[in-house]
Design a binder for this molecule. Structure first.
Ligand code: TXA
Ligand code: MG
Length: 310
């Protein structure tokens, strides 16, 4: 993607004035503001209609910038070296003298941090002297946005500016791992757990459906396209779209597929945009063919399961 410096300068100017803007990342678009400013962070919560007890992820250019705010450890350094910048978010302990706004963390002493890979976002982060708090740029409980058009659909003129970055290449949120103590996955995402496991050379605990929610991405109804999603069902209803992993030979107007050849990476990238398209095409519900529960298929199934609680 070619970087348009004029756009990045405009984004910086607005952020410096403590405005909130939408920014592209390789996972999904974010609704960003200065993570050191209470004013900016309050605005993010308000725009997104997000409950204040749901903390924000903070985005840094690199680990050097992070060290002012968080305690790092060996597991962090290992994973950072292998996967950053990229679709992984770390939960770390905040340093006592950190400047992160208390609004970001809801006064907790941990912070979720991430190093995005998207060249436009990287270029922006390099030019500003504060990290960016940015939840996914969608209304609370709805599908995340993977293009500037998606962001516009949800927020219209309520957001001052959307920094253009094309379609997000991963297309699903980052994998969240709490590494303050024994590594623990809090949310499945764009980086496969087995890959993380190999890098740490140990088994990692999965804590994605706890009885007490520590990360609201874990909550039931979430990632919803706004119409019912039905899983493990055979009979297609009236006005229902059928979603398949792989393109079929037979085509019908209500057939949608996530990848031409059944490739899970491509399917992940297309998941949210296809669900949005089905809603726009005025179908009343979606029946989904079973997706293999391996690799990124696990992340796809996690999102479909939550969305099916509608
Ligand atoms: O890929 C992503 O992670 C995207 C892009 C924009 O970076 N961001 C994103 O943010 O998905 P959001 O806010 O939609 O999801 C962040 C999740 C929430 O479920 C939140 O509860 C959890 O991270 N979270 C934030 N801080 C946390 C913390 N200190 N401990 C545990 N979970 C935390
Ligand atoms: Mg979100």
């Amino acid at each position: 993607m070619k970087i348009n410096l004029t756009n990045i300068k405009k984004a910086k100017k607005l952020l410096d004035k403590r405005e909130c803007i939408a920014v592209p990342t390789e996972t999904v678009y974010g609704l960003a503001g200065n993570a050191y400013s209470d004013y900016s962070c309050k605005k993010i919560f308000k725009l997104k209609k997000r409950p204040r007890n749901n903390p924000l992820i903070v985005h840094y250019y690199d680990a050097q910038n992070l060290e002012k705010d968080c305690e790092i450890n060996d597991n962090f350094l290992k994973l950072y070296k292998h996967f950053c910048p990229g679709p992984i978010t770390f939960v770390l302990n905040l340093k006592k003298n950190s400047k992160i706004s208390k609004i970001v963390t809801n006064k907790k002493n941990s912070l979720a941090v991430r190093f995005p890979k998207h060249p436009v976002m990287k270029s922006l982060l390099k030019r500003i002297n504060y990290p960016l708090a940015a939840p996914s740029a969608n209304l609370s409980t709805k599908l995340s946005a993977v293009s500037s058009a998606d962001v516009k659909e949800d927020f219209g003129k309520k957001i001052k500016y959307i920094l253009e970055g094309g379609k997000s290449s991963v297309g699903i949120e980052s994998t969240i791992i709490d590494i303050r103590d024994k590594p623990k996955i809090l949310r499945l995402g764009g980086l496969e757990v087995t890959t993380i496991q190999k890098s740490l050379n140990k088994k990692i605990i999965l804590d994605i459906n706890p009885s007490k929610i520590s990360s609201p991405g874990q909550s039931k109804l979430h990632y919803s396209p706004g119409i019912p999603i039905r899983l493990n069902k055979k009979k297609v209803r009236k006005n229902e779209a059928c979603l398949f992993l792989k393109k079929l030979k037979k085509n019908k107007p209500n057939y949608y597929f996530l990848s031409k050849n059944g490739n899970l990476k491509e399917a992940t990238k297309n998941l949210y945009s296809t669900l949005r398209k089905i809603k726009k095409d005025k179908f009343k519900s979606i029946i989904v063919e079973k997706i293999p529960n391996k690799g990124l298929g696990k992340t796809i199934n996690d999102r479909l399961n939550r969305a099916s609680k509608y």
